[in-house]
Design a protein around this ligand. Structure first.
Ligand SMILES: Cc1cc2nc3c(=O)[nH]c(=O)nc-3n(C[C@H](O)[C@H](O)[C@H](O)COP(=O)(O)OP(=O)(O)OC[C@H]3O[C@@H](n4cnc5c(N)ncnc54)[C@H](O)[C@@H]3O)c2cc1C
Ligand code: SF4
Length: 558
């Protein structure tokens, strides 16, 4: 029997894969999408307004597996969406956390929705401060793709005219809470910005999706689809074309090649039958998220590609960057003590942010280069974390917790690490996953520059809190461990020189023209902004390039 050949095989259905799948299917290409895990059913798998006391383990999950949990996002509500089966290792001296959501839609099912564009200040950072290299495209080239993505997914914000943050096309912003007005006044005194964040959460109905009702349960999945996720916003459009075949529980192992070393398909493990299966295509898109994409490609060894597919530069897996996260300051606002709780716990959303204000006039104004942003947070959260630090017991303790309930605030830094030779991932030569695939081995340490940002943020955020009339209680003792931000970039960087970069400026690998990469692995570095809206914009651009290459006859049947 003749083997079936799809036009394109897409590995991964998260932000990058989802956008590629939708764009390719709508262009009439036959797509087979592989996803490592199952498809979630919002009715059964999402929180559906169940309160902690309705849950067997009070929402925290089985005590037997709490030690393995990836933290606040991986709990009784989101059971089985996070991958605990595929291990990874760390090189001596490295600490790394790697939460992976293997469900269809990947991490977009539960993400935080903060969605600022990168600007020229980010793409041309090297020209400004002399460190590393510029991105191989200007902001003007990616600007229209951001606009199209914002219209597609709906982003709530305001036009802010800030030099580090290009404005886009926005839905009305979230309303500020009391604490936002108080902190904003503190920021004004100190001279730092405090503005509505760019948040991909619908403050009004948009493109057939309902408006958010502010239940505050986004991190356990939105059962009405009022924030952007691939399963709600992209896959239904792809499925409507009838050009998509989605294979779930399909863990991609390696990209297959023909006699010329060009991509001819993908070998994957069916996690239910444990069998290896091959699927064939005229082109392959890798979008399994930064580290996993590099793992699959490094594991794609052949006569033509002995060090991994499309790795003649030796740069596959290298140049790993991440956001340093940490609590720069925490305290409370005495002005709000004893006030009625506000019934929103919208603290789950990034309502406000303090966009980068450092090194804007000149690239070396501060003791560090580039810049960071800060997410202020606080108010009535579902679980009042501050209560664990309070003394006392019984009804007087409960009364005091209630009095404090609307008043806590905190500031979380988002600071980009710099590219370095020593931060990378490779395949562990000793350790394999349960399916016999070598696991990712992480090599990573925070650089001096990003640690200077961390110290700087602690001082500024304490100043803001005091200027707002707040009481400072402290800060995180140390930053969160690398990997925690979930914004890793850079293992397949894009650039014009095939000797130094894995893909060209369109995300098409230099060595293997019918192999494309559609996630943050193509990014040159982290910036002070989150990555997902940029993954969507770059994936849209790459997918349209791929479609054009099909039209031009560049990709033919194997
Ligand atoms: C709690 C939380 C808060 C976040 N907050 C923000 C935020 O505010 N702003 C922001 O921009 N980003 C945020 N993020 C990060 C954001 O979710 C990611 O940037 C984005 O989802 C990455 O898209 P991706 O397509 O690269 O990867 P993913 O969304 O992780 O998708 C990868 C897909 O590939 C599949 N896959 C992996 N390996 C294989 C394999 N071997 N074979 C087949 N399939 C495979 C997975 O199953 C998954 O479906 C947050 C994430 C979380 C979890
Ligand atoms: S707060 Fe809004 S977006 Fe979040 S889960 Fe509730 S309805 Fe959905």
């Amino acid at each position: 029997m003749a083997k079936k050949i799809y036009d394109v095989i897409v590995i991964g259905t998260g932000a990058g894969g989802g956008m590629a799948i939708k764009t390719l299917c709508e262009a009439g290409l036959k797509v087979c999408a592989l996803n490592a895990g199952r498809r979630l059913d919002p009715e059964k798998d999402f929180r559906y307004h169940r309160m902690p006391w309705d849950m067997k383990f009070r929402g925290l999950d089985d005590p037997k597996r709490r030690g393995e949990s990836f933290g606040y996002m991986d709990n009784e509500y989101t059971k089985a969406a996070w991958d605990h089966e595929i291990p990874f290792t760390v090189a001596p001296g490295t600490k790394w956390m790697w939460p992976r959501c293997n469900a269809v839609g990947g991490k977009t099912n539960f993400w935080g929705r903060s969605s600022a564009r990168f600007g020229d200040i980010d793409l041309r950072a090297a020209s400004l401060d002399g460190y590393d290299v510029d991105w191989p495209l200007s902001y003007d080239e990616i600007d229209p793709f951001y606009t199209r993505v914002e219209k597609m997914i709906g982003v709530a914000s305001t036009v802010q005219n800030r030099p580090s943050n290009p404005d886009g096309s926005y839905l009305p912003p979230f309303k500020f809470r009391c604490l936002d007005f108080i902190l904003q006044a503190g920021c004004n005194k100190v001279g730092v910005p405090y503005l509505p964040d760019r948040c991909a959460q619908l403050t009004q109905p948009h493109e057939g999706h309902p408006a958010c009702h502010f239940c505050g349960e986004c991190t356990t999945g939105c059962d009405i689809g009022a924030f952007f996720s691939t399963p709600y916003f992209l896959l239904p459009k792809a499925e409507a074309t009838k050009n998509l075949e989605l294979r779930t529980n399909a863990l991609a192992k390696n990209v297959l090649v023909d006699e010329n070393g060009q991509a001819s398909g993908v070998a994957y493990i069916d996690r239910q039958t444990k069998q290896e299966v091959e699927v064939y295509g005229r082109a392959v898109v890798v979008a399994a998220s930064c580290i996993e994409s590099a793992r699959v490609m490094l594991n794609s060894k052949s006569r033509q590609w002995p060090h991994g597919i499309a790795n003649s530069s030796g740069q596959l897996g290298r140049n790993l960057c991440d956001h340093l996260y940490g609590e720069s300051a925490r305290g409370y606002l005495p002005q709000l003590l004893g006030q009625p709780s506000f019934p929103d716990h919208v603290g789950d959303s990034t309502i406000a942010w303090m966009p980068r204000w450092q090194n804007l006039k000149a690239p070396h104004e501060e003791k560090f280069i580039r810049g960071y942003s800060v997410y202020p947070d606080g108010g009535c959260e579902e679980f009042p974390g501050f209560a664990t630090d309070m003394d006392g017991f019984g009804s007087s303790l409960k009364r005091e917790i209630k009095r404090r309930y609307p008043s806590p605030v905190s500031f979380g830094i988002q600071a980009p690490s710099l590219r370095s030779e020593t931060n990378y991932m490779d395949l562990d030569p000793e350790v394999k996953d349960p399916y016999g695939i070598p696991v990712a081995r992480m090599h990573f340490e925070w650089d001096e520059n990003v640690l200077k940002m961390w110290e700087h943020s602690k001082q500024v955020c304490a100043e803001v809190l005091r200027a707002a009339g707040g009481e400072l209680e402290g800060s995180g003792e140390a930053p969160e461990i690398p990997g925690w931000s979930l914004h890793e970039t850079g293992t397949c960087r894009m650039g014009n020189d095939p000797k130094k970069f894995v893909t060209n400026r369109f995300g098409q690998t230099h060595d293997v023209p019918n192999l494309y990469v559609c996630d943050a692995s193509v990014f040159l570095n982290c910036t002070d902004k989150t990555t997902t809206i940029s993954i969507l914009a770059f994936s849209l651009r790459t997918s349209e390039r791929l479609i054009e290459n099909f039209r031009q006859g560049e990709h033919r049947a194997a």
